[in-house]
Design a protein around this ligand. Structure first.
Ligand code: NDP
Ligand code: AKG
Length: 485
C-alpha cells in the first residue's frame, strides 16, 4: 500500500492499515502553505492502542525466537525499499515539515544507512564469557530483548529519529509501538509502508497516530510497555520519566539543547562563519544540536560579526521544494509563533537585532521568518538561556577563552558544542572542560554520525546514549548465565 499526497493515512496495526475507532482525522498541513493538507491522520484513542498492545505482545514472542541474522534480513529489505523510494519519502518530508529537499534526501539516505548498520548488528556478539571461580563451570552473559518498546518521535527528523530508535529495538528482538509526531505522521507512514512491503511479521512494528496529550499519554502509561524511548521537549520528557519510574520500566530521553559555538581569536574566519550558518540555520534551526549561542573572542569579533551578517543576508528563504531555497519555513504554526515571540523578547530585553527576524514579504500562507542575528546578548537574557528551536543566533563577545568556556557551560543543557581555533591548548581545554555529550572542534555543532554514541549531559538527556553500539545498552537486558554439568 502507498498513500498518495493529500489522502487519509491509516494506523498500521498487526500488519494491516486500520482506521481508528474514533472515526476522526486531523489534517497535517504544509508549513510552506497552511491552506494545503499534506494528508489526514487518524485521531486514535486508547482502544486502538489496546488492540495494538495485544498484537505486539504476541508478535514479540515469535520475533525474539528468530536468529539475529534472520531479523537482520528484514531490516536489509526495508533499507532497500526505502532507498528505492528515497525521493518520494524525502518529498513528503519536505512538504510536511518544511526542510529543504536536499536535506530531506540526505536524512532519508541516513535512514537507509541506519537500517543497514543495525541489520549487520544481528550478526554481532551479544555477550561475553567471564571466568568463573568454579573451574568446572561456564559463565557468560547474553543480551535479551526488553519486550514491547514504545517509540515517541518528534517532527524535526521524521525519518532518521524513528529509524534510529526502531531499527535497534527490532534487531535485538523487541516489538515496537510507534507514535510519531502529529506534524510528521504522513512521512512516518511512508516508513511503515517500507516495513509492510518488506513483509515484516504482523505486530512486530505498529504505528498509531494521534494527539500527544491523549494518545501519547495513553502510550506512556500503557501496562504493555517494557521500555520507552523519546525525543522531544523537556516538558514531555519529564512526564515520560515519571511514568516510567512509577511502573519500573526502562526509559530513554533525548531532549533540548542550547548549543554554544566558541570562536577563538585565532579561528579560520570563513570556516567559523560557514559552520555557524550551517549549524545554526539549516533545517531552519530546528535541530536539538543546532548552534544557538555564538561566543566570540574580541580579537575576531567585529570581522566575524560583519561576515556572518553579510552571509545571512545572502540566504534564500522559501519553499523547500524550490531548488534555489537555502532555508525553508518553520515546521508548524506553533513553532512559528514561538520563534517570533523569542525574537520579540530578545529585543524587549535589550539585545541588538543586527539582521532578520522578520516575516518576508512573499511569505503568503507559509511559516517563513528571516534568520535573526542578535548581538549584545547577555547570559541572563531569555534568548541566551531557553531553547528557541528556530533560526536565531545570539552573539556574545568575550575577552578570554576561560570566559568563553565558563559562559558556554552556563546552561541547563549539555547536548553539543563546538570550538573554532588553531591552538591545540584551546582545543584540549575545550574537550576537557566543556559539559556536553558531543564536542566538536573546527566543525559545526550539528552533525551526528550513526555509528557513534549520541546523547547529552545535564537536562539534555536521561544520560543514556543512542545510536552506534550504545543502542544495545537501552534495548536489551543482560542475563548472566552459569552452567555446571
Ligand atoms: N530534542 C529535539 O529534537 C526536539 C525538541 N523539541 C523542543 O520541544 C519544543 C516543542 O515541540 P513539540 O513538538 O511540542 O515537542 P513535544 O515534546 O510536545 O513532542 C514530541 C513528541 O511527543 C509527543 N507528545 C506530546 N505530548 C505528549 C504527552 N503528554 N505524552 C506523550 N507524548 C507526548 C508529541 O506528539 P504530538 O506531535 O501529537 O503532539 C510528539 O510525538 C520545541 O520548540 C523544541 O524546543 C521538539 C522536537 C524535537
Ligand atoms: O543533528 C542531528 O543530526 C540530530 C539532531 C537531533 O537528534 C535532533 O534534533 O533531535
Amino acid at each position: 500500500m502507498a498513500f498518495k499526497a493529500g489522502e487519509t493515512i491509516l494506523n498500521y496495526i498487526n500488519g494491516r492499515w486500520t482506521a481508528s475507532v474514533s472515526g476522526e482525522v486531523d489534517a497535517s498541513i504544509s508549513p510552506a502553505d497552511k491552506s494545503l493538507a499534506v494528508g489526514y491522520i487518524q485521531r486514535s484513542k486508547k482502544a486502538d492502542l489496546d488492540g495494538a498492545a495485544v498484537a505486539a505482545k504476541a508478535a514479540q514472542m515469535a520475533w525474539r525466537k528468530l536468529s539475529g541474522p534472520a531479523r537482520g534480513e528484514y531490516l536489509y529489505k526495508v533499507a532497500d525499499i526505502l532507498e528505492r523510494r528515497l525521493d518520494e519519502v524525502a518529498e513528503t518530508m519536505t512538504r510536511e515539515m518544511g526542510k529543504t529537499f536536499p536535506e530531506a534526501k540526505g536524512e532519508t539516505a541516513r535512514g537507509v544507512a541506519i537500517l543497514r548498520y543495525y541489520a549487520g548488528e544481528g550478526m554481532r556478539k551479544i555477550g561475553d564469557v567471564i571466568p568463573s571461580t568454579d573451574s568446572e563451570a561456564l559463565m557468560f552473559t547474553s543480551r535479551v530483548p526488553l519486550g514491547v518498546v514504545g517509540v515517541i518521535s518528534p517532527w524535526n527528523f521524521p525519518v532518521a529519529i524513528p529509524i534510529w530508535k526502531i531499527a535497534p529495538a527490532l534487531i535485538y528482538g523487541n516489538a515496537v509501538l510507534f507514535k510519531p509526531a502529529s506534524e510528521a505522521a504522513v512521512t512516518a507512514a511512508k516508513i511503515m509502508e517500507c516495513f509492510d512491503e518488506a513483509k515484516i511479521p504482523a505486530g512486530v512494528i505498529q504505528m498509531i497516530t494521534g494527539k500527544g496529550s491523549e494518545l501519547g499519554q495513553a502510550l506512556i502509561d500503557h501496562p504493555v510497555l517494557n521500555g520507552i524511548t523519546f525525543t522531544g521537549s523537556n516538558q514531555v520528557g519529564k512526564r515520560i520519566a515519571q511514568s516510567a519510574v512509577a511502573r519500573g520500566i526502562k526509559y530513554q530521553l533525548e531532549m533540548g539543547g542550547k548549543n554554544p559555538v566558541i570562536v577563538a581569536a585565532d579561528a579560520d574566519l570563513e570556516q567559523a562563519v560557514e559552520a555557524t550558518l550551517s549549524g545554526g540555520l539549516k533545517s531552519t534551526g530546528q535541530k536539538c544540536t543546532a548552534t544557538s549561542r555564538v561566543i566570540v573572542q574580541s580579537g575576531i569579533y567585529e570581522a566575524f560579526r560583519n561576515r556572518l551578517v553579510e552571509r545571512v543576508q545572502e540566504l534564500k528563504i522559501g519553499d523547500g521544494m524550490d531548488p534555489q531555497t537555502w532555508m525553508g519555513p518553520c515546521a508548524s504554526a506553533s513553532q512559528y509563533e514561538t520563534v517570533l515571540s523569542y525574537i520579540q523578547k530578545g529585543q524587549e530585553e535589550g539585545a541588538t537585532l543586527l539582521f532578520g527576524g522578520t516575516v518576508p514579504e512573499q511569505a503568503g500562507d507559509g511559516f517563513y521568518v528571516t534568520p535573526a542575528v542578535f548581538e549584545k546578548v547577555t547570559p541572563e537574557m531569555t534568548i541566551a538561556k531557553e531553547e528557541i528551536f528556530g533560526p536565531v543566533l545570539a552573539l556574545i563577545q568575550v575577552e578570554t577563552l576561560e570566559e568563553a568556556l565558563q559562559l558556554a557551560n552556563d546552561s541547563e543543557f549539555g547536548l553539543s558544542a563546538s570550538i573554532f581555533t588553531k591552538n591545540i591548548g584551546n582545543m584540549l581545554s575545550f574537550i576537557n572542560d566543556m559539559e556536553a555529550g558531543l564536542v566538536r572542534v573546527n566543525a559545526e555543532s550539528a552533525g551526528v554520525e550513526l555509528q557513534a554514541p549520541f546523547g547529552g549531559m545535564k537536562q539534555s538527556s536521561s544520560h543514556s546514549r543512542e545510536q552506534g553500539t550504545a543502542a544495545i545498552e537501552f534495548f536489551t537486558a543482560i542475563k548472566t548465565v552459569f552452567i555446571k554439568s
